[in-house]
Design a protein around this ligand. Structure first.
Ligand SMILES: Cc1cc2nc3c(=O)[nH]c(=O)nc-3n(C[C@H](O)[C@H](O)[C@H](O)COP(=O)(O)O)c2cc1C
Length: 231
């Protein structure tokens, strides 16, 4: 049997291309690459696109099984890449209690084309990408529940599971370093020394988790593919 090519696509929902979220995504792709997966990192802020525009092309009787979005913009190509991927990694900072607007727009489009208005089946197709969700935020891990973030994170996981993603894994990088120099900003709630300590002690652990996540997605999509009998 010809060896299957694994394709892992990572989407960066941060406007920053070299800071916390991007670093974790790059590390995750490094993990996927270590298992010979083909990888691609896309910065959503480079693209011109909107959330779902309610055209309902994807709900027409003729097209609903295709999982295609009828609205053409810069996300069209990304949705095609994702459709042809075996693994998808979504990375986003938390902005005002949720993923960033661009990531939310992506999720709207990705979810809506893949869900059916059908009581018998939530997802239009049984195929799906193994998905990794990487979140970065100021909040400390022990405060996630008190801040009310638990239900938001659980809703992302449950949505992707209902869309038949074979795997949905989440990684939370908390208490991240937001600025390189805190002295320039009015941000008395943050202790720069503490933030720098987290960056030097905890962030490397988060990077390792991201690497392992990339490997997991590449390897799990591999076994999933074989168990489904794909070549
Ligand atoms: C507009 C904005 C809103 C933010 N809102 C939150 C928030 O609600 N909760 C939180 O924990 N961090 C919040 N943050 C901090 C970021 O989530 C955090 O710095 C993140 O790691 C940034 O990711 P990046 O370094 O990849 O850009 C916010 C940052 C910005 C710029």
């Amino acid at each position: 049997m010809a060896e299957r090519v694994h394709r892992v696509v990572a989407l960066n929902g941060s406007p920053r291309k070299n800071w916390n979220t991007a670093m974790l995504l790059e590390k995750a792709l490094e993990g996927a690459k270590s298992l010979n997966a083909q990888t691609k990192l896309i910065h959503l802020y480079d693209l011109n696109f909107k959330g779902c525009v309610s055209c309902f092309f994807c709900k027409t009787k003729k097209n609903y099984l295709s999982g295609r979005c009828g609205h053409k913009d810069d996300l069209t190509e990304v949705l095609e890449l994702v459709e042809n991927s075996t693994g998808l990694i979504l990375g986003s900072p938390i902005y005002v209690g949720d993923v960033t607007g661009v990531m939310r727009c992506f999720l709207e489009r990705y979810a809506f084309i893949n869900l059916a208005y059908d009581p018998k089946a939530f997802a239009v197709r049984t195929q799906g990408q193994a998905v990794g969700l990487i979140y970065t935020m100021n909040v400390q891990e022990e405060d996630l529940d008190a801040m009310g973030y638990g239900p938001i994170f659980r809703s992302h996981k449950s949505l992707l599971e209902r869309l038949q993603s074979p795997i949905v894994e989440q990684l939370f990088a908390c208490d991240t370093l937001q600025f390189d120099d805190y002295s320039r900003f009015h941000a008395p709630m943050f202790d720069e020394a503490h933030k720098k300590r987290v960056r030097s002690e905890q962030f490397p652990i988060d990077l390792k988790k991201a690497y392992d996540l990339g490997r997991l997605l590449a390897s799990q999509s591999h076994s999933q593919a074989h168990s489904q009998g794909h070549s």
